[in-house]
Design a protein around this ligand. Structure first.
Ligand code: GTP
Ligand code: MG
Length: 191
């Protein structure tokens, strides 16, 4: 599906700039720095496709990438703490929420959760928004290479418990490491 067939289309800063809704799409949401852009690079096999960095707040636009001829992968700005001025952050957070609740071609939101931290209060706000908008979402644990197996099991239980309260949650959780390539073929297949 992905190899050699992905291309950056555009970065969007307002709802009016969204590409025409003529392809189905999936998006990658999550707290700043959780690994959204890195995951897109791992999925597409193209390291520099989505810009990743150690500074929370790296992605500040809604970035569209083609996946083959009929789909988009959408890289979102993070929510929660970001290393950017407050008015700027507020602007992109508003856009993020508008996109998540009002995009007719959005088929699934992957909500990324750091395998070290689990579901936080800021995540809950987004999960509720997805429930209200009836957007099916699926949790993806990121940076699994940074935790020991026992710790990972504890976090998985916490995430499972949190998802159980959300009608729009797809129950299966995907465990990934973009660095090690773990879970990437599984996630590709799901998409
Ligand atoms: P924003 O755009 O700022 O919201 O961040 P993001 O969610 O797109 O995160 P990004 O992909 O930029 O990654 C943030 C940092 O985490 C970078 O330094 C990545 O190298 C690192 N990172 C991402 N995925 C992994 C992973 O699977 N394992 C490890 N060890 N580090 C990772
Ligand atoms: Mg990013």
């Amino acid at each position: 599906l992905f190899a050699g067939e992905t291309e950056f289309v555009k970065g969007v800063v307002a709802m009016s700039g969204l590409p025409a809704p003529n392809r189905l799409e999936v998006c990658f949401a999550g707290r700043s720095n959780v690994g959204k852009s890195s995951l897109i690079n791992a999925l597409t096999g193209r390291k520099g496709l989505a810009r990743a960095s150690n500074t929370p707040g790296r992605t500040q636009e809604i970035n569209f990438f083609t996946a083959g001829d009929a789909h988009y992968l959408v890289d979102l700005p993070g929510y929660g703490f970001a290393n950017a001025p407050l008015p700027v952050v507020e602007k992109w957070q508003r856009l993020l929420k508008q996109y998540l609740s009002g995009r007719q071609t959005l088929r699934r939101a992957f909500v990324l959760i750091d395998a070290r931290h689990g579901v936080k209060t800021v995540d809950e706000e987004i999960l509720k928004l997805l429930d209200s908008a009836a957007v099916t979402f699926q949790a993806v644990l990121t940076k699994a290479d940074k935790v020991k197996e026992k710790e990972r099991a504890t976090i998985l239980d916490q995430v499972r418990g949190a998802l159980a309260k959300h009608p729009a949650a797809y129950p299966e959780i995907v465990v990934t490491s973009s660095e090690k390539g773990w879970g990437i073929p599984t996630l590709r297949a799901i998409i």
